[in-house]
Design a protein around this ligand. Sequence first.
Ligand SMILES: [Cu+2]
Length: 329
Amino acid sequence: MATSVGVLFVIFALFMIPHNSTAVTEQTFVTHSGAIISTTGEVLDPLYTEATFEFDPDEFLRNFEYGRVTVQPDGTTLREYTIVARDDQIQEIAPGVFYNVWTFNGTVPGPTLRATEGDVVRIHFINQGSKQHTIHFHGIHPAEMDGVFEIVGPNGGQFIYEFEAGPIGVHPYHCHVMPLEEHIIHGLYGVFIVDPINGRPPADEMVMVLNGFDTDFDGENNFYAANTIPFYYQHHPIQIQLNELIRVYAVNMVEFDPINNFHLHGNLYHYYPTGTDTVPSTYTDMITLSQTERGILEFYYSYPGQYIFHAHKVEFSEKGWVGTFLVLD
Ligand SMILES: [Cu+2]
């Protein structure tokens, strides 16, 4: 008994001491590009980032791409988007951790595309990568638009995906070239939202892609996040207004781990699985999501202050999948 208590104490001490010391000390170091940056070691601040490119989770959060719109002779709305795939970029996804991300339009996740049910969606896909890639949309469309068999070659290969947007909801899109796991974990995915013709009630809307990165290539994730950068929204709280309806489009793109989940503090949310209905199926503070499972969360806060949201699979939250809402009065 005494021995196990002693062992427990040693483990506890080993865990706590470095954690506390890194939490308060800002360190300066030189990145491999030669830039001198300072970091607490807890979070990567894009202001300090020196990498092939930068990614701003604040900008991604509420950014929706509606495409280039034209009205066709029959009155149908046509939305055209151009998506370029690359696989040569390096992103500092955690302090000092540089990872070869594969991107749609230069970011992980790719842009959030948005259309209304019944619109014609036309995607001009250009593969500027060194490997084969495609775009596979979840949803309803013809077989030849499924992005599986029509492989798009590297170094400028092109394909035009065209289909009618539907059903309503929040759907992932991702590359579907084998080995599929490799193409997804490097970052070739994004979100496609299809709105009902009459829309949903006005709300402060945001997108959260739950993702992870296997930076040491052992088939397990080393970092987890909502929108790519571990701990980002913990250090940069998402500001929302008291009593305003919040709508979160959440998509789980974590590979390797069979489940992920979304827990909200100090509140519950109405949940619409896959967003394919306009009536919520449950009122909860916890949903569990398998690969590419997704849904819409709606809630509002009745009390001001700061609340966290995170994976209740706490390993994931301790490795980055945690954020905060700051409710303003
Ligand atoms: Cu690919």
